[in-house]
Design a protein around this ligand. Structure first.
Ligand code: ZN
Length: 341
């Protein structure tokens, strides 16, 4: 069990033992950031508890109907409930529908497993509705809540589920995952450093880097848009429009996280250059010339304010705040801090 998944050794031990002794909880919450692997582990735990292989064999057996249906993605007893990614909350109607489904026994497996993704979005009403199932589930049911912010779960839910916290991965694991995904051919040591720094211990984030050409173009575009602050008549207006477009264009939307990450790194570099006048300590040293040019737009205090504004806006992008509004507010703050018009 779990042989195909990297790291998280203590979670693997806990869950493997639970499955192979048959002593597992009926409700878990898997906590950690998006991309850390919680859903992959939930799927693997499901394979184990749903397996109908003969007693005494290691589970999941890989051969029973349950295992084979899961491998094909068609096991009716395994449900991943994702809700709508763009909706701010998961309401009580989801849980009502879930309860109807829970009331019917499994058809091919030993158990039914329900994985509720983004459970931090469950409304309080929805969590209260779910509580009944968590307290007195049919014996064939296991619930796994996937959660990136456990403080959003009500106390009564939290106290009745087994919580497992997923740890960040090492540099070696992040790069190993990248190689396993077959993405590593032709990447340089510099690319590796970038993957590791962007991944921040989260394998799923590291795997986003499949096309270095594309990321190079997006980075170029950030430099271009920032440089609009320093040139021409009506530059504030041009910058404002282009900055919003950068973050809301349909083509760029899937990369908004990268765009913010890179914007933060660039404005920090400009601030450091404005303070020290040297390119030595910069993260993007290879773009020293561009950073030097940007530093001329305003003084170090202006750049400190810009860094501050970008740093405060970044966490909003992962919450359910309108992206256009974030970009527009931030553009206005940057114009203000740079003192351009
Ligand atoms: Zn099996």
């Amino acid at each position: 069990m779990f042989e195909r998944l990297l790291g998280q050794e203590s979670i693997k031990r806990t869950l493997s033992e639970a499955v192979n002794t048959g002593r597992y909880g009926h409700a878990y919450v898997f906590c950690g950031p998006d991309g850390i692997g919680r859903k992959s582990f939930a799927r693997e735990l499901s394979r184990g508890v749903m397996c109908t292989g003969p007693d005494g064999t290691e589970k999941p057996c890989g051969n029973c109907p349950s295992c084979r249906f899961i491998a094909a993605g068609t096991n009716p007893d395994f449900k991943l409930i994702s809700g709508d990614e763009n909706r701010a909350s998961i309401g009580v109607e989801y849980i009502r529908r879930l309860e109807e489904d829970i009331a019917t026994a499994p058809t091919v497996s030993a158990k039914k497993v329900y994985v509720i993704d983004r459970s931090e979005k469950l409304t309080v009403e929805a969590q209260n509705a779910l509580l009944k199932t968590i307290e007195e589930p049919p014996e064939y049911v296991m619930l796994i809540l996937i959660c990136s912010n456990p403080s959003m779960l009500i106390d009564t839910v939290r106290s009745r589920v087994i919580r497992l916290d997923f740890a960040r991965y090492s540099r070696e694991d992040v790069l190993a995952a990248y190689r396993m995904a077959g993405e590593a051919s032709g990447i340089t040591a510099e690319d590796e450093d970038f993957i590791v720094s962007y991944a921040d211990g989260i394998i799923g984030r590291g795997l986003l880097f499949k096309d270095f050409g594309l990321y190079g173009k997006l980075r170029e575009r950030i430099f271009d848009v920032l440089s609009m602050l320093g040139s021409g008549k009506g530059k504030a207006g041009t910058f404002y429009m282009e900055f919003i477009a950068l973050f809301t264009d349909k083509d760029n939307l899937p990369y908004k996280d990268f765009l913010f990450f890179e914007l933060t790194a660039i404005v920090r570099d400009v601030m450091i250059f404005a303070r020290t006048g040297s390119t030595q300590a910069l993260q993007n040293r290879q773009f020293g010339n561009k950073i030097e040019e940007l530093a001329k737009i305003t003084g170090r205090h202006g750049w400190e304010k810009i860094v501050d504004a970008v740093t405060r806006a970044y966490p909003l992008t992962v919450q359910n705040v309108n992206q256009r509004m974030i970009a527009a507010n931030l553009a206005a703050q940057i114009i203000d801090a740079a003192g351009v018009s």
